[in-house]
Ligand binder design. Sequence first.
Ligand code: IPM
Ligand code: MG
Length: 380
Amino acid sequence: MDYISKFEKLINEQIDRVKMMKQQGDFINYDELDKLIIGVVGGDGIGPAITAQAQRVLEYLLADKVKSGKIEFKVIDGLTIENRAKVNKAIPDDVLEELKKCHVILKGPTTTPRKGDKWPNIESANVAMRKELDLFANVRPVKVPEKGIDWTFFRENTEGAYVLGSQGINIDEDIAIDFKVITTGGAERIARAAFDFAKKNGKKRVTVVTKANVVKTTDGKFLEVCKEVAKDYEGIEVDDWYIDIMTAKLVDEKRRTQFEVMVLPNLYGDILTDEAAEFQGGVGTAGSANIGKKYSMFEAIHGSAPRMVEEGRDIYADPSSIIRAGGMLLNHIGHVEEADKLFKALEICNEEQEHVITGRDTGSTSEEFANYLMKTIEKL
Ligand code: IPM
Ligand code: MG
């Protein structure tokens, strides 16, 4: 295919995506379901080991609902890098079919192949899942109370530099072109998610982060749509920042405490949330919610640590981050009390340190940590 028809095909796909977005209904209402299905996807490396522990904790907290058949856990295997490489797909068809039978998903880390490693250069399973299930809002909270930091990032999750990230075009051996896409509907739904969150949580300010002074067309649209949406939210201030200075201001101790809710296109969100998580103790401490109208997925944002598995240490991996993602899942499906208990118990366990995870046999196993956590919850 020559590059012009390739480009035409990409544009047509985007037009179809916009049509699909326009046809979408409202958010699913979990209260109306006979049975809510929670998919558990272990992923790669240490993923299955830590995700199994998070599942135990969730099953413990939701025991009544599981017993009465209102909630069912569904373990989905096969989202491993070996399997993905074998079928040469970011998400094997049978796995995707299983995912679509769930309402919410708890997902362990998945290895993302990169140029030069032993895996075929397939798309990241995270990115593919966000696109396939249309999980447009990537919500990443970062809190460091003693430093006055309480941020919630709303990263657009299905567009920007990611949507055609593996479909760039090599025009000839000299010219490589990638694409960035922002749509009105795509920008509007993430902006509304951010402002709705601000309104519900008594936040006074939503900060839009772009590079609209340079990337004028797409970032320009993103910013314009966010400002338009802001008009529907009286009492919430909107301000706009460029990503470069925003990155700097997050290390400015005097200024950074003034930010509350940030809304930003995909790639800026990817970068800024890693920086933000670092203040909280690193990306390993952060959980991430990927919310769509029909499906939602909750994940730990650290890697799959294949070396730990090679050295037989996966049973010693730290499950806190995926357990925290499980807490976000509980909140999302309306089990706020259970989520509060979980977060509280995590805090207590981290303080008391009766069981410490070191990643080796010098510390506790993830199973022991999960047991300790459940015992702590029982005492609350
Ligand atoms: C994240 C990760 C992913 C992303 C990678 C693994 C593709 O960095 O969830 O932030 O870039 O979105
Ligand atoms: Mg990232």
